[in-house]
Write a protein that binds this ligand. Structure first.
Ligand code: GSH
Length: 428
């Protein structure tokens, strides 16, 4: 991984990676492209983790060692650093804020709705894992709402999400929709076309964004189209096979049909197999992160880019824990990366990123009212840095911290009362 040039690490099967590479190409940025094969678990290799302990793509590494994870942060940082054409990330404060808003909106709406379907209905069953039909179905609803928001709000009166011209927000969001091509390989559920059909403005915007970024748009989608063709082939091979409902048998991955030995590691030999979570590699990386190795690595130092990344991280935290797929390593990421060597997430002093992320953890107080599952204390117990950071953030922001949490504590007390009233009854 030795390098002298600025480089972006990516995999074309990753939506946020495609957005970053598309931007690099459209804006002709002097940034090298370095593929990381998720199918081979390269994001879990020692070498990659030593650069980006979060183990995700995309990731930017500059020649002087500065490392920045998180697609939204990378896009904003590159746009600012290279002074690209203003429309990508406008210098006008309000126009820029609208791009920021669209990028924040993306993760928890379009991304969650689309990826929840693609993972549970195509990628999980293809790689021999049990997809959750409940999550897939829920994701259809989430995507429908996202498409309604796109149609009726973001694109209501402008050709692009943040105004008259294309911005980095369009690149980020459009990639979540193009991944729906993978649904061609789904054994059930609505197709990409079926889901987009009621949304004329979204369809036109997709086409417009594609046209405005050619030939790069097609180039960065080549791998996805191959993957989609593979999924269709797999679907054909499964004809008459079982579904993905909770009571159904998990389908063997195609690798097993082909007698490939890798299937015992839940690794298919497919050239596109995204989201490869080999149990052994996963455990290794968790061990490394919990040993606090992250402290040695280049950490974002450009405050606003890092903060933008953290906002996205917050969504990742929710997304991973609630979409039912992906590694649920948010606690480890906080402990071993964001807080590895600094008292606050974006270095020495408190920033808006701390405020945003800490709130996701304080909501865990509500678990006092849960009839099952681990408590807040149990979940935070393995993460001393996270616990200290929460205290530090609270102390730094008192008396306002307590004031804004009053309602939450009341709600928690209510939840506990409810729990008491449920004693002896089965879980709702
Ligand atoms: N919030 C991150 C999400 C990055 C992400 O989830 N990347 C996925 C591919 S789409 C990944 O690298 N997965 C590999 C893994 O979890 O092992 C961003 O926007 O950059």
């Amino acid at each position: 991984m030795g390098q002298e040039k600025d480089a972006v690490y990516f995999d074309f099967v990753s939506q946020p990676s495609r957005a970053v590479v598309l931007f690099v190409r459209c804006a002709s940025l002097p940034v090298e492209e370095r593929p990381v094969a998720l199918r081979k678990g390269q994001q879990r290799s020692k070498e990659y983790l030593s650069m980006n302990p979060l183990g995700k793509v995309p990731c930017l590494k500059e020649a002087d060692g500065f490392v920045l994870p998180e697609s939204a942060a990378i896009l904003k940082y590159l746009a600012q650093k290279h002074q690209v054409a203003d429309h990508w990330y406008p210098s006008n404060l309000r126009q820029r804020a609208r791009v920021d808003a669209a990028m924040d909106w993306h993760h928890w709406t379009a991304r969650r709705g689309a990826a929840g379907q693609v993972w549970n209905r195509v990628l999980a069953p293809m790689s021999g894992q049990q997809g959750s039909e409940a999550i897939a179905e829920g994701s259809v609803g989430i995507l429908k709402q996202a498409l309604q928001d796109l149609e009726g709000y973001w694109l209501a009166s402008t050709p692009y999400m943040a105004g008259e011209d294309i911005s980095i927000a369009d690149l980020l969001v459009v990639m979540e929709l193009t991944q729906l091509h993978m649904l061609n390989g789904a054994l059930k559920g609505p197709s990409m076309e079926g889901q987009l059909q009621p949304f004329r403005k979204v369809q036109k915007w997709l086409q417009r964004t594609q046209d405005a970024t050619q030939p790069h748009f097609s180039a960065v989608h080549q791998m996805l189209h191959k993957a989609s063709a593979n999924a269709v082939e797999w679907k054909g091979s499964m004809k008459g096979g079982v579904g993905v409902g909770p009571g159904d048998q998990p389908r063997p991955p195609l690798s097993c049909h082909r007698g490939a030995p890798q299937c015992i590691l839940r690794q298919s030999p497919w050239p596109w197999r995204p989201y490869c979570w080999l149990a052994d590699l996963h455990t290794d990386s968790e061990k490394m992160l919990s040993k606090g190795m992250a402290g040695e690595f280049g950490k974002p130092t450009v405050a606003d880019a890092a903060e933008a990344g953290m906002k996205n991280f917050r969504h990742t935290l929710m997304y991973n824990s609630m979409s039912g797929h992906g590694r649920c390593t948010s606690g480890q990421d906080l402990e071993g990366y964001w807080l590895a060597s600094a008292p606050f997430m974006a270095e020495e002093d408190i920033s808006i990123a701390d405020l945003l992320v800490v709130m996701e953890l304080t909501q865990l107080h509500m678990l006092d009212g849960a009839l099952k599952g681990p408590s807040m204390e149990e979940q935070l117990q393995p993460f001393p840095k996270v616990r200290k950071w929460m205290e530090r953030t609270q102390e730094t922001t008192e008396p306002h911290f307590s004031a804004v949490h009053q309602m939450l504590h009341k709600a928690t007390a209510n939840a506990m009362k409810w729990k008491g009233s449920m004693k002896g009854q089965s879980r709702l």
